[in-house]
Each structure stands twice: as structure tokens, then as C-alpha cells.
Design a protein around this ligand. Structure first.
Ligand code: UD1
Length: 419
């Protein structure tokens, strides 16, 4: 019934007002998975109200945990005896399910995790995850659609060099190595703020980790971890989405509870498009008084420009003054959403991993479809600057990453409904 689940947007409003940022999806799901590393009750606060948190809760429950969700906090009670299998019906809905792999192998010496689904943004291999666990001494292979990993005699620290600073692989290796014997060094590790949050969570459980936020992470294994309490960091991609919304709609949005330091490059790019960006006591304010100038962007692992904001950049350039070139270096299929943007009148041509965009004065509303979370958000921003009405099918994708998005847009003056 996905096609009946849609947003209806009437374009033309200048978004003005205040929004508050909740915890990061790409952090909280990893914290939840890592809670498996310690027997007892772990509490996570600043938990966003998104569908993926419910899916991860269900996954942990099936592994034997008791998960209690109240307001913005989660308590996960992890038993001594854990299940080791994460079934396809849950994993297919959410890529982050793969994050239970490292903790399960480390804690109970075996894991069977279905090959993940998640967004249609590229092939998204697991070879670095599997090679990483093998380097730590696990036996791992793929069979009948499951990653099966075993380490009955425990894991042993070693040096692991990643071919690419994969976020998920760094996370799985780190959450396995914390209970390995001896020292593990991850070379060419991911540096994303969400990964640093996970590392700090593990440290608060008693793990010994240094080098978080750098390409070289060193982990000295410990015998046991203890449960902890931790607040999730604010979502930098939602923050970025509001910043782009302010610029595209020539509005003025104050984003509370945001960490501007996690978004240096995107905010600099918006300033070069003509925005007035100021940091405030608890976040950032983004104001725009004129049509944006086109910006050239190439996505890269952090601290480069985040691939998750690529649809927003293309949407902005679609109505900006001038031509631009946008290059995607992380996921090969991010440009799938461009065809939908073209339905709104955007002038975009894609060649391999480059998109060249010719800005037009205004887009025109049409029915479009979201193919993943970020594409959905990008299309909603495009709809806000389209003449007339746009419907965006596949709203459930957007729900996976943006709590109460339609309500928040309305509170800023947008005309958005959900049907
Ligand atoms: C995470 C984020 C996603 C974000 C991405 C990059 C979550 C749930 N998702 O995804 O929103 O866009 O980081 O910041 O946190 N790769 C391999 N083999 C592997 C692992 C990865 O080839 O074993 C490739 C992928 O196909 C992709 C690239 O490496 O081309 C980056 O992937 P990765 O950093 O692992 O992204 P995710 O952790 O899946």
C-alpha cells in the first residue's frame, strides 16, 4: 500500500521559525545494537521517534532483550543468554540491523544475520565487515542469504586496514574488538560523528578505545563490559535538511539542539550560495534573502560533504542561479531520484557519478515517488519551491529518518499534509 502513503505539498511558502533536533538515526540504532555487549540494563536517551528505532527494538527483543520505550528514552535489558539469529523479515527493512553482527560474535561467539535491505542507493557490500571479523579470528561466510560468523574461542586483536573508510564496517569491527584479547588497530577508519558517538558509548561501558574521530582507531580488548546510560548525539542530516530548506525557500530557520561543528562543509557551501549562517547558543540559524547561487559539491566520507545530503544539494541547485556540477563518490545509485526531480521541471543530466544541473527559476508541482529516506526529503524540499501541488508517494521512507516531518514543516509555514 506504499503508493497510498503520501505527502501532499503546496509550494510557495518561505519557511520561518524554530525547530528542534532530536537524536541521530545513524547513531541511536548503533547504540542499541552495541547494548548487546553488556548484560543488564542500558539506557539511551534523546531517542528519535522514527520507524527504524521500532524495528531495532523488535530485533533486540527477538534476541532475548526486554526493551522499554518511554518518551525519548529506551531501556534495553540484556540477558546472559542471547539468541544469535537476526531474521530476514526484520533485517530487510533496515540496513543498520547488520550492526548486531559484531556485538553478537564478541559476546556469544556466533551470529547469523540476514543480508540487509534498507535504502535503494547502491550495492552496499559487506565484504569489509566480513574480512574484518575474519581478521579478528572469526570464521565468517554467506550462506542462504545469511552472514554466518563464529568465534567459539573468542576473538584476537590485530591490525585491520580498510580499503574504504566504511562507517558500518568500522562499527562492526570496533564493537567486536572491544571484547577481543589484545590490541586491534583499525587503519583508514571512518570518522563520522555517529561513529564517535558509538565509540564514546563503548568507552562509557568500560571499553578502551583511542583515536576516535581520526583514521586510526586503537582498541584494547577487555574481558567484560558494563551497561551504561548515554544520550544520542543530535542528527546532523536532519539539521542539514532544515538548513537547505531555509535557503531554498528564502526563509529563516533557527535550528535548536544542533551541532554546527558536525556540518562545517555543508554550512560553508550554503554560505557560498548566499545564506547567512550564524551559530546560536544551542544550534544554528540559517537565513536567506535572495535566490541561491548554484554550488558545486562532491560527496566524500566525513569530514567531506555527506552523501546523505546529496538530494538536498541537487534540489537546491535545481532552482539556483547558474550551473553546477555535483559528484557522488560514496553510493553509486543515489542519482535514482533525479528522474523524479526532472518530473518537477528540474534540468539535470547524469553522467556516471556526476550530475550537471542548470538552475531554473521555479519548478512545477507533479506526482513523484520517494525511493529512499534522503531522496524523499530532497523531493519534499523541491516540492516546497514548486508552483502548485506535488504529491510524494512512499512517505514511509521519510518516516524512517525524519520524525514528524510534515508537522514540523507546517509549523514553519509550509502547506504539507499527509494522506
Ligand atoms: C552509513 C549510513 C548512511 C550513510 C553512509 C555514509 C547508517 C545506517 N547508514 O551507511 O546513511 O550514507 O554511512 O556516510 O548509518 N562498502 C563496501 N563493502 C563493505 C562496506 C561498504 O563496498 O563491506 C561500500 C558501500 O557499498 C558504499 C561505501 O562503502 O559504497 C560506504 O558505505 P558505508 O560507509 O559502509 O555506509 P553504511 O555504513 O552502509
Amino acid at each position: 500500500m506504499a503508493s497510498l502513503d503520501r505527502f501532499r505539498v503546496t509550494g510557495g511558502a518561505h519557511l520561518r521559525g524554530d525547530v528542534s533536533i532530536t537524536g541521530a538515526k545513524n547513531s541511536v540504532l548503533k547504540l542499541m545494537a552495541a547494548s548487546l555487549l553488556a548484560v543488564g540494563k542500558t539506557t539511551i536517551t534523546n531517542v528519535p521517534e522514527i520507524a527504524d528505532v521500532e524495528i531495532m527494538s523488535e530485533l533486540l527483543t527477538r534476541l532475548g532483550c526486554t526493551v522499554v520505550h518511554s518518551k525519548d528514552s529506551l531501556t534495553i535489558d540484556v540477558p546472559e543468554m542471547l539468541g544469535h539469529r537476526a531474521d530476514y523479515d526484520l533485517v530487510r527493512k533496515m540496513r543498520a540491523s547488520i550492526n548486531v553482527l559484531g556485538p553478537l560474535v564478541a559476546r556469544i561467539g556466533s551470529a547469523e544475520v540476514a543480508l540487509p535491505g534498507g535504502d535503494a542507493i547502491g550495492s552496499r557490500g559487506l565484504d569489509f565487515h566480513i574480512k574484518g571479523l575474519e581478521s579478528l579470528g572469526a570464521k565468517a561466510h554467506i550462506e542462504h542469504g545469511y552472514v554466518i560468523a563464529e568465534a567459539p574461542h573468542g576473538l584476537t586483536g590485530t591490525r585491520i586496514e580498510l580499503d574504504f573508510p566504511s562507517v558500518g564496517a568500522t562499527e562492526n569491527i570496533m564493537t567486536a574488538a572491544v571484547l577481543a584479547s589484545g590490541e586491534t588497530i583499525i587503519d583508514n577508519a571512518a570518522r563520522e560523528p555517529d561513529l564517535v558517538d558509538l565509540g564514546e558509548f563503548l568507552v562509557s561501558m568500560g571499553a578502551q578505545i583511542s583515536g576516535l574521530g581520526s583514521p586510526l582507531i586503537t582498541i584494547t580488548g577487555v574481558k567484560k563490559l558494563k551497561p551504561t546510560s548515554h544520550a544520542t548525539i543530535p542528527d546532523r542530516i536532519i539539521t542539514g535538511t532544515w538548513a537547505f530548506a531555509a535557503v531554498m525557500t528564502q526563509g529563516d530557520i533557527t535550528i535548536h539542539g544542533a551541532r554546527a561543528q558536525d556540518l562545517e562543509l555543508p554550512l560553508e557551501k550554503l554560505a557560498s550560495a548566499g545564506a547567512i549562517v550564524t551559530t546560536t547558543a544551542d544550534g544554528v540559524r540559517v537565513r536567506m534573502d535572495s535566490r541561491p547561487q548554484a554550488i558545486d559539491v562532491a560527496t566524500l566520507p566525513y569530514p567531506g560533504f555527506p552523501t546523505d545530503l546529496l538530494p538536498m544539494v541537487i534540489a537546491l541547485n535545481a532552482i539556483a542561479e547558474g550551473n553546477s556540477l555535483v559528484t557522488e563518490n560514496v553510493f553509486e545509485s543515489r542519482f535514482m531520484f533525479v528522474n523524479e526531480l526532472i518530473r518537477l521541471g528540474a534540468q539535470v543530466s547524469v553522467d556516471g557519478h556526476h550530475a550537471s544541473i542548470d538552475g531554473v527559476l521555479e519548478l512545477s508541482g507533479a506526482p513523484v515517488e520517494a525511493t529512499d529516506i534522503r531522496a524523499g526529503a530532497g523531493l519534499i524540499l523541491a516540492a516546497l519551491v514548486s508552483e502548485g501541488e506535488t504529491t510524494i508517494d512512499g512517505a514511509f521512507h521519510v518516516d524512517r529518518g525524519y520524525p514528524n516531518f510534515a508537522e514540523q514543516l507546517c509549523s514553519l509555514g509550509a502547506k504539507v499534509s499527509r494522506e
